[in-house]
Each structure stands twice: as C-alpha cells, then as structure tokens.
Design a binder for this molecule. Structure first.
Ligand code: HEM
Length: 307
C-alpha cells in the first residue's frame, strides 16, 4: 500500500481514489493559473499563511472555525493570528464546489493541505504528495494557539524548541520558514526589528521605516513583503536575503545570526533544489501531525463551523 494512502485507508470511510477526482474536478472549474486564490495577482490572499503554526491546525482544520459570539472562541483571534490569517474565502469556495459534487466526503483539513501545496506550486515552488483522509476537528483552542504560535520576537533557541516540541528538526524549522518567500507582514510585527536590532542591513531598515513609523499605534497594519527581492515567487531568495541581513522579522534574521542554523541557511541560499526538497518533506510532516482519522472528529459541511 502506498504510504500516501495510509491515512485514507485507515479511516475506512473513503479512499484516495474518491478524493483525487473530486479535486481534479474543482481544478478544472477554476480559471487556469489562478485556481484556489489568484495568488499571483493578490498574494495577500494567502492560503499558506493558514499553515504557519506548528501545533497541527493544518492537519485538522481547527483554525478555520470562526468565533461564535457568546458560545465559541476559536484560534483566529489568538494574539499571533490577529490580522495575519487570510484565505478563508478561498477554502470556503473550494469546499462549496467539492460539496456540490461529493457530499460530506472530503474534509476541510484535506482541502487546506491540498490548497497549501497547490498555492506553492502556482508560485513556482516544489510539489509533493499530500496524504489524504484526515478528518476535521470539532473544537479549537485559542489558549493553545496563543501558547503554541511562535511570535516574531522569538530567538533561535525559542524557535528550535517551539518546532522541536512538535517533532520538527531545526532543519525542518529553517525550511518551513522559507514560506516567507511570499506574503507580507504588518508593521507591528517588524517595527522592533527595524528600529532596535543591529543585525539588519541599514539601507534595508531605512527603506522600511518610511512606511512603518516608530510610535506604537502609528501605521501598525502597514504591510511590507517578507521577501524583499522576489515577493511573488516561491524561490530561495528568502535565504539569500538573510545572508545580507535583509530578513524582515526578527525571527527571520535569527536563522542567520551566527548560530547553529547558519549553515542550513547558506545551503538553502545556494541551492533552490535543497530548499525545495526540505520544504516539501517538512510540509508533509506538518500535514500529518496527529491527523484525525476513523471515527474521530467529523467531515464538516461548512469549514467555518462544526456540523
Ligand atoms: C518560524 C516561525 C514563524 C514565525 C515567528 C512566523 C511569523 C509570521 C509573522 C509575524 C507574519 C506576518 C503576519 C502579519 O503581520 O500579518 C507571518 C506571515 C506569514 N507566514 Fe509566518 N511565521 C513562522 C513560520 C511560518 C511557517 C512555518 C509558514 C508556512 C509553512 C509561514 C507562512 C507565512 C506566510 C505565507 C505569511 C504571509 C501571510 C500573508 O501575506 O497573508 N510562517 N509569519
């Protein structure tokens, strides 16, 4: 049995041969080159940002559950997520199309995992086989999200330990951070780095200050690209930026700051192939973090709420 089929077979409810044609159908329905989210035109509609956290919400789609005032508080309002998560509409749209042709069979967790992979491919990054057959959580925890999401002020030791707690190696962590080859950050998340850190290229810092004023509360949500060289391509420029101290977040530059991950950054900067294969392997690992299978959880009808 191919390993990619394992989760689906374990569930005993449906198989990969059911799901793959469903996804193919959805792809055919979308405009060529822009299916899932038109990432190339509007990179902030970013499905990949939904898989930033290492605590496993990619594997059970808990992050997609919206708050219900008075009765349910999910992860979307967790402090590190505020203003950062995008792409919910994209997932909702795919889910609607999938449900129309195959009722309550394909989980939101599987849709999220496939959408993340296809977003990367659409921007020129690597592809990988997404194991299918996860089921969706019926709960979400803002407390867990608050505690588990690595904030941008983490140092290298903190980052290695946050990802290590979930079974990722330091190399996995450096590779996954390469997702910052696309997307943007709000000023409030990089202000400290550009004004207070010394391990930043001075010209780069000045160019960012123009759109990110020093006083807290001023221009907090102004955006800057995480990859200053090629913000719309999924390539390894994120790492070459780090070599010249052009990481946007404090946590980005921590990966190349005289510590134990310097050589990994050098390796990924010099070889897109090395980055691509490490990124793909780590994404498979992330999508497989304690997936719900069998009779666990449910197949949500609408990704933003439990059935
Ligand atoms: C290593 C620890 C990480 C930290 C500290 C971190 C932190 C951040 C922060 C602060 C932002 C900007 C959010 C905003 O200002 O709205 C961001 C954006 C983003 N992150 Fe991460 N992140 C990490 C790892 C990851 C991983 C593992 C992925 C995916 C595999 C990822 C994917 C993204 C994407 C795609 C964006 C851009 C979102 C957009 O433009 O809409 N990050 N991250």
């Amino acid at each position: 049995m191919a390993s990619r089929d394992l989760a689906a077979r374990r569930s005993g409810i449906f198989s990969r041969s059911t799901i793959v044609p469903v996804f193919s159908h959805v792809r055919r329905n979308e405009r060529p080159g822009s299916w899932f989210c038109g990432l190339t035109k509007k990179p902030s509609t970013n499905v990949l940002s939904l898989c930033r956290q290492p605590h496993g919400h990619l594997s059970d789609a808990s992050v997609l559950l919206a708050d219900i005032p008075g009765s349910f508080t999910g992860e979307q309002g967790a402090l590190p997520n505020v203003g950062s998560l995008r792409g919910f509409d994209v997932i909702a749209n795919i889910k609607a199309q999938v449900e129309a042709i195959c009722k309550q069979t394909v989980s939101c967790a599987d849709i999220l995992a496939v959408a993340a992979r296809d977003s990367v491919v659409a921007l020129g990054g690597p592809s990988w086989t997404v194991p299918l057959g996860r089921r969706d959580s019926t709960t979400a925890s803002q407390t867990l999200a608050n505690n588990d999401l690595p904030p941008p002020f983490f140092n290298l030791t903190d980052l290695i330990s946050a990802f290590g707690n979930k079974g990722f190696t330091a190399t996995d962590m450096v590779a996954l951070s390469g997702a910052h080859t696309i997307g943007q950050s709000q000023c409030l998340n990089f202000r400290d780095h550009i004004y207070n850190d010394t391990n930043i290229n001075p010209g780069f810092a000045s160019s960012l200050k123009a759109n990110c004023p020093r006083p807290t509360g001023s221009g907090d949500s102004n955006l800057a690209p995480l990859d200053t060289s090629t913000p719309y391509a999924f390539d390894n420029a994120y790492y070459t930026n780090l070599l010249s101290q052009k990481g946007l977040l404090h946590s980005d530059q921590e990966l190349f700051n005289g510590g134990s991950t310097d050589n990994t950054v050098r390796n990924f900067a010099s070889s897109k192939a090395a980055f691509s294969s490490a990124f793909a392997a780590a994404m498979v690992k992330m999508a497989n973090l304690s997936p719900l299978t069998g009779s666990q959880g449910q197949i949500r009808l609408t990704c933003s709420k439990v059935n």
